[in-house]
Design a protein around this ligand. Structure first.
Ligand code: TRP
Ligand code: SF4
Length: 361
């Protein structure tokens, strides 16, 4: 179904395999809520996996399927949203190549994640062309669909800024040939004349998108640090209720609350953070009161946190169980998504190629 008249939103996620609660709260939770208001495109950025893990990519396809599965389990709905895998739509690679022709290398060297990540992931040898260019691949991912908004976390804002600069540069260098005047001017050297006509000046191939900053609530892992696969402190999105309960028992608490009789403070406790995200106001009030007066023990408090979290994850677990009984469904949805994405991507790519003079309109 086409989403006529709705503004377009696009975002992507790297194929990390099964998702954890941190991945969910940082992105999908918000994406699911955008589906009704916007014409949404959400994709699995599988080429991006190779920009850092080219030496040991593992089963990237399998990991992409896992992520697609979790997209559906959390409530992304293929009837409302186009869900696809980046490498299934060849125009991402093609537009990246075209953009590489016009992008000054210092623009990419200046992207803050470039030097940071190279230093942090020293063992991976990221002095590659692909790693330098990955924010530009992201620009191509975005601009192919000409979205109004790109929902991302704070860590991606520099990439959206680069995307805007690339769009601006492309639009300055090449005008869209979609207006008859420009198409004619390109072929008979009347470009100068066409350029002064106002309606032509308004034509741009790639409108600049805006970041739609995803509120990223603090979601601590079991050890109190940010939840991350590399810290081994995660809670799985479709993990069994008992397993979640057991894990929460090991979660760190307010370090000032050593004995049961010591009062604590939920605002400095990772379990308190979970309550703030997932508990009802009534439970939250009981936590604040009980913790500060030493009226409850941490074991009891963690039990309530497990209840709240399990209630929240119930519908995700149910959809996941349903997906398990329908083999091949995820693959079919990705295939259909790729077809729908490609019809948009191919039109943009054609327009860009005409604009640069690689083909005729
Ligand atoms: N770079 C993003 C990340 O690491 C993933 C991504 C790739 C993306 N292409 C995108 C996000 C396009 C938004 C739009 O999270
Ligand atoms: Fe944390 Fe709850 Fe213990 Fe307070 S009672 S320190 S909020 S686990």
């Amino acid at each position: 179904m086409e989403q006529q008249g709705k503004r377009r939103v696009l975002s992507g996620m790297r194929p990390t395999g099964r998702l954890h609660l941190g991945n969910y709260m940082g992105a999908l939770y918000n994406w699911v809520r955008l589906q009704d208001e916007y014409d949404c495109y959400f994709f699995i950025a599988d080429w991006h996996a190779l920009t850092t893990d080219y030496a040991n990519p593992g089963d990237v396809h399998g990991k992409s399927l896992n992520v697609a599965y979790d997209f559906l389990a959390t409530g992304l709905d293929p009837a409302k949203t186009v869900i696809f895998k980046q490498s299934d739509v060849p125009q991402h690679a093609a537009l990246h190549l075209l953009f590489s022709m016009i992008t000054p290398v210092p623009w990419l060297e200046r992207v803050p994640t470039y030097k940071d990540q190279q230093e942090q992931l020293r063992e991976k040898d990221l002095a590659t062309y692909g790693f330098l260019g990955y924010p530009l691949l992201q620009s191509a991912d975005i601009l192919l669909y000409k979205p109004k908004y790109v929902p991302v976390g704070q860590d991606q804002v520099a990439h959206i800024e680069l995307t805007r600069e690339v769009a601006r540069r492309f639009n300055q260098l090449y005008r869209s040939a979609t207006t008859p005047e420009v198409a004619a001017a390109k072929s008979d050297k009347e470009l100068m004349k066409a350029e002064i006509s106002e309606n032509v000046l308004e034509e741009v191939v790639f409108p600049e998108p805006d970041a739609l900053l995803t509120p990223s609530p603090k979601l601590p892992g079991l050890d109190g640090r940010k939840m991350s696969k590399s810290y081994g402190n995660t809670i799985g999105l479709t993990e069994a209720p008992d397993s979640i309960r057991k894990k929460l028992k090991t979660m760190v608490t307010d370090p000032a609350r050593v004995r049961r009789t010591d009062p604590g403070n939920p605002d400095v406790c990772p379990v308190g953070d979970l309550h703030k995200l997932f508990s009802t106001p009534e439970t939250l009030a009981k936590v604040y009161d009980g913790c500060r007066t030493a009226g409850i023990g941490c074991i009891e408090c963690k039990g309530w946190a497990a209840d709240s979290l399990n209630a929240h994850l119930g519908p995700i677990r149910d959809r996941s169980a349903d997906l398990e009984t329908r083999p091949g469904l995820v693959e079919d949805i990705l295939q259909d998504g790729a077809r729908r994405a490609e019809s948009v991507a191919a039109a943009s790519m054609r327009e860009a190629m005409v604009a640069v003079g690689l083909r005729r309109a």
